[in-house]
Design a protein around this ligand. Structure first.
Ligand SMILES: C[S@@+](CC[C@H](N)C(=O)[O-])C[C@H]1O[C@@H](n2cnc3c(N)ncnc32)[C@H](O)[C@@H]1O
Length: 312
């Protein structure tokens, strides 16, 4: 319970994080105290032994629903039922508690297997006019207030057209669903299956009928989908992880030549690298930083690119 010191896995203990939601802070702190008081073992990255690896607390800021995920390395979580009762009775915002198994020697936080130990295993939040289901393995932007600013910037950049758009790296379908009212059809691609299950349900909950989601790596699924759709996309949203776009995807974009690419990035270094490649065919019209991570050195950016021979 703390932050890593620079370029290491040494933990600097902190009991209160001022940029974290207060309830999330309190819940995490209470779970940590419970673990210490009850002698529940903590995973050691060097010996690869011990039970609890991470505590993840997520809140839907508009719905006030909380999802707690406890990442464990083995089946030896003592007093699990007592912990669930304690947290449930103290915080009625907690809608679900999930145990996630991660037994690998890795710094990836989540494993693939979940066990719901309380509630339904997910929460909802609201962004703009839409409601979204969020499951433990699904990505959800960490700053939902600024997420609305980010998504509105992206859909304004994309504009309206009676044509087809793609939402690549779509997570639970948020950007595609925001954009759906401005396009004839939207297709989303995401590699985490649980996020695509959420995305499909999110389309239903919000009565969005002109969107389809596919699970798979963008590198593989994008060429496949392009072969199977009737009309080529004119607008492509990309929102990749910090490592940015891979060469294959950049080449597909350059060959496909959609009129607009809206590139959302949480890493300015890989954004600059990828835009440089895309500049061969595209003009960078605008880049808007959005402060998703206040009081840190990180910044999200939303940029819009126009195809060189079709600048509008
Ligand atoms: C920065 S998040 C953006 C998610 C979503 N657009 C949003 O705003 O919530 C990047 C997403 O890309 C997914 N992802 C990472 N690598 C991928 C790949 N090679 N193919 C497809 N999806 C990938 C991650 O699981 C994650 O959901």
């Amino acid at each position: 319970m703390g932050v890593y010191s620079n370029r290491s896995h040494n933990i600097v203990p902190i009991s209160k994080c001022y940029i974290q939601n207060k309830i999330c802070n309190d819940i995490a702190q209470d779970i940590f105290e419970f673990i210490k008081e009850n002698d529940i073992s903590i995973y050691n990255e060097k010996t690869l032994k011990g039970t609890v690896r991470h505590i993840i607390v997520r809140i839907g800021v508009k719905t006030n629903e909380v999802l707690v995920t406890i990442v464990v390395n083995d089946n030896n979580f003592k007093k699990e039922k007592e912990l669930v009762e304690y947290i449930k009775s103290k915080y009625n915002q907690v809608k679900s508690i999930v145990k996630n198994y991660n037994t690998k020697n890795t710094n990836v936080i989540l494993g693939t297997k979940n066990e719901i130990i309380f509630g339904e295993g997910y929460i909802y939040d609201i962004l703009g006019e839409y409601k979204f289901k969020i499951s433990p393995l699904s990505f959800y932007q960490v700053n939902p207030i600024q997420t609305e600013v980010l998504y509105n910037t992206a859909i304004n950049y994309a504009g309206k057209s009676n044509k087809v758009a793609l939402d690549l790296y779509c997570g639970i379908g948020t950007i595609g669903i925001f954009a759906s009212k401005n396009f004839k059809k939207v297709y989303g691609i995401e590699k985490v299956a649980q996020a695509i299950d959420d995305a499909r349900e999110n389309a239903q909950i919000n009565n969005v009928e002109n969107i389809e989601f596919y699970v798979g790596d963008v590198e593989e699924k994008l060429p496949e989908i392009l072969k199977n759709i009737d009309e080529p996309p004119t607008t492509i949203f990309v929102d990749p992880p910090r490592k940015g776009l891979d060469n294959e995807t950049i080449n597909v974009l350059k060959k496909l030549q959609p009129e607009k690419i809206v590139y959302i990035s949480c890493n300015p270094a890989t954004l600059a690298r990828d835009l440089k490649e895309l500049e061969e065919r595209y003009v960078i019209k605008e880049i808007q930083p959005v402060d998703m991570f206040p009081y840190t050195s990180h910044v999200e950016c939303c940029s819009v690119l126009s195809l060189k021979n079709s600048i509008q």
